[in-house]
Design a protein around this ligand. Sequence first.
Ligand code: PFF
Length: 451
Amino acid sequence: MEQRAHWGSRLGFILAAAGSAVGLGNIWKFPYITGENGGGAFVAIYLLCVALVGLPVMVAEVLIGRSTQSSPVRAFHKLAGAGSGWVGMGWLGVAASFVILSFYSVVAGWSLHYTYLSLTGFTVNLEPSQFEPLFQSAFSSPTLNIGWHTVFMGLTMAVVLGGVAKGVERWSRILMPGLLLMMLILLINGFTLDGFGKAVDFMFGFRTDKLTAAGALEALGHAFFSLSLGMGAMLTYGSYLRKDDDIMGASITITVLDTAIAIAASMILFPLLFTQNMEAAQGPGLVFISIPIAFAQMPGGAFLAPIFFGLLVFAALTSAIAMLEVTTSSFIDVQNWTRKKATLFAGGLIFVIGIPSALSGGTDLFGADLEAVIGKNWFDAFDYLASNWMLPLGGLGIAIYTAWRMNEAIRHDHFLAGSKLQVFYKAWLFLLKFLVPVGIILVFLQAVGLI
Ligand code: PFF
């Protein structure tokens, strides 16, 4: 049996885990759902969900990973016994990573395409009215979508093949500082724009009339997605930690970074929109239609556009690496496969599962026909299934197991080891026992229409 791989340093873990958390969810999805939900009130509820539900679940996931030194399936095997139903939780995580990465790679593919377009100066050469048709034609082109999906999955597999310290950690150390630098340049630009004040008001002005139950539930679901919780990614990364690393401290750092970056992304995008007198509620097309229009109309836009789309690619890549690592490490642990075999198999399979999502924009069986039957295309169906059901269910299982089932000595010992934040133990356990399960169950009841 191979020895468990470990991170080269504590910073390496933080960068890799923050890389997993910071992704398209922060830069593409958070701003557009904030826009759709009217700003301030949604942001406030999101922050509460992150602090009271997301953070406790993250600590629990990392703790399960570190205490078992195993990927999700093996971890529950060790903790609860081979025949236990809890092992199913591990498999649910593996399934969720397949589903999410398959459509995530398609959006990452659009980001690669737009990086390429912006390097060739498309914001200079097109009229504002041409950006929507441009996105529609890219979105519905099988060749483009499959092509970029292939490139993106190839990049992700190449990193994961390198292993924990030499692949995942090494690349996180390069991509994350790059991402922060690109954000900083764009943020400074946002700050200088006329629309900045309006953006601050939109993001932080609390308007109770905008508060809706559906918005609150979307905020909770997104907290799981954005912090990479509920599918064993943080558990897997935690399994590469050594005993003396501070779980609570690291989880706080990762959560704060992820949240700050989602807010910063909004403070990059909304000033651009408001300066051009555009609306905030643009939906998923915000980043691919409205933002290029804004870049086309502002001085320096041709220079900033490749930075912005490059940022999206970097963010997507570090998240995709985490998702592939969940499945790869599961195959290594459970089947005793080599890393190479596990990565090629998992990556290859996810690539194939992603093909229907890549073809979703077309008018064939994978796109319009399916939409006519179930009301969603593959892409939306996968997103809905994973974000609204699989991740919260995974989070619920992790919270219940850690709070109600786990051996107290192991739990206490691992929370305390290496941590200066021991005073939080009781509060953490309380949230995990009561607030987290109740919050998640409310989401489910609302989703099935019972409340
Ligand atoms: N947290 C990522 C994002 O916000 O884009 C998405 C994600 C990555 C979800 C890894 C789950 C995961 F395991």
